[in-house]
Ligand binder design. Structure first.
Ligand SMILES: Cc1cc2nc3c(=O)[nH]c(=O)nc-3n(C[C@H](O)[C@H](O)[C@H](O)COP(=O)(O)O)c2cc1C
Length: 279
């Protein structure tokens, strides 16, 4: 079995159906993408500044909508600031203890300022504009993660910064038009984390149009395969106060529980307060 086939098996639980795949594609490099995983335990070793600068340059090399580059990245290396931000997370201590912590932000402000600098009225502020800033920040985050993992580092995105969005934004001095999308803990991995299985491609990838009549069967099969290798620990089961702890809490059970309780309902209020119209 090639590295790619073995990586595919770890990711999806079955054999890769590659057919007559071209030999000159870089399958070793592709298997590196297939085996990626989030890292939540970091060695006591700093991320050297030249490496950080290289990774940030890789992130800035990501595509962006209309080349507008509507995102900003805040590198947080002030221990006091990280200590203050840590109080928002009850689950883990990476904000304070990971060798580095970054916050990826959507940024409408820079383009507003540029319009003003060039003597134009900036007249793009609707839901589409907001989505473009969020997508740009997300792609920059994903590109940073891919680059960091290629360099041998480990990372884990952290959405908890949006749980306390007013405080986080004030602490980071985010002006109107700039909002946090996600944090990112970064460092040299202390241990290799388990690969997290994904939904079968047939549930996610559609050809020539969207079809999901097979979804129930695909999800049942995914739940069973995933539960066999990566059962959800009792402390990771969502909303035990409402639903209790069950012995076989599958991926779909847990995600459905999560989505049954509204999260971050105040986000649109925050964005409007910070100068987004969202119309
Ligand atoms: C925007 C975003 C926010 C995330 N926030 C958290 C978080 O707050 N805590 C956490 O442990 N993992 C977080 N994750 C990581 C996901 O839980 C993880 O990617 C998912 O469980 C799949 O695992 P894998 O990355 O190891 O394949 C986040 C991922 C993304 C993309």
């Amino acid at each position: 079995m090639t590295d790619f086939e073995s990586a595919w098996r770890d990711r999806f639980g079955d054999a890769a159906d590659r057919g007559a795949a071209p030999d000159d594609a870089d399958w070793d490099r592709l298997s590196g993408f297939l085996t990626r995983r989030s890292c939540r335990r970091f060695a006591d070793r700093p991320v050297e500044e030249p490496l950080l600068q290289a990774l940030l340059a890789c992130a800035q090399s990501a595509p962006s909508k209309s080349d507008l580059q509507q995102y900003s990245i805040i590198v947080i290396d002030d221990p006091d600031l990280r200590g203050s931000m840590q109080q928002w997370s009850s689950f883990d201590d990476w904000i304070a203890t990971a060798p580095l912590f970054l916050v990826f932000c959507g940024d409408l402000r820079r383009q507003r300022r540029i319009a003003e600098m060039r003597g134009y009225e900036h007249r793009n502020d609707n839901l589409d504009t907001f989505m473009n800033t969020a997508v740009d920040a997300g792609i920059a985050l994903a590109t940073f993660v891919a680059a960091a993992e290629a360099a041998g580092l480990g990372c884990c995105p952290i959405s908890v910064v949006r749980n306390h969005i007013d405080e986080a934004s004030n602490m980071l001095g985010l002006p109107d038009g700039v909002y946090p999308v996600a944090g990112l803990a970064l460092g040299w991995p202390e241990a290799t984390a388990q690969i997290s299985m994904r939904l079968p491609p047939a549930a996610v990838v559609h050809r020539n149009g969207y079809r999901d009549e097979d979804l129930p069967g695909l999800v049942d099969a995914y739940d069973a395969a995933r539960h066999a290798v990566q059962p959800i620990a009792p402390h990771k089961q969502r909303h035990p106060d409402k639903y209790g702890i069950t012995e076989t809490c599958t991926w779909s059970e847990n995600t459905a529980r999560q989505m049954s309780v509204p999260e971050r309902a105040a986000f649109s209020t925050f964005l409007r307060k910070r100068g987004f119209s969202l119309d």
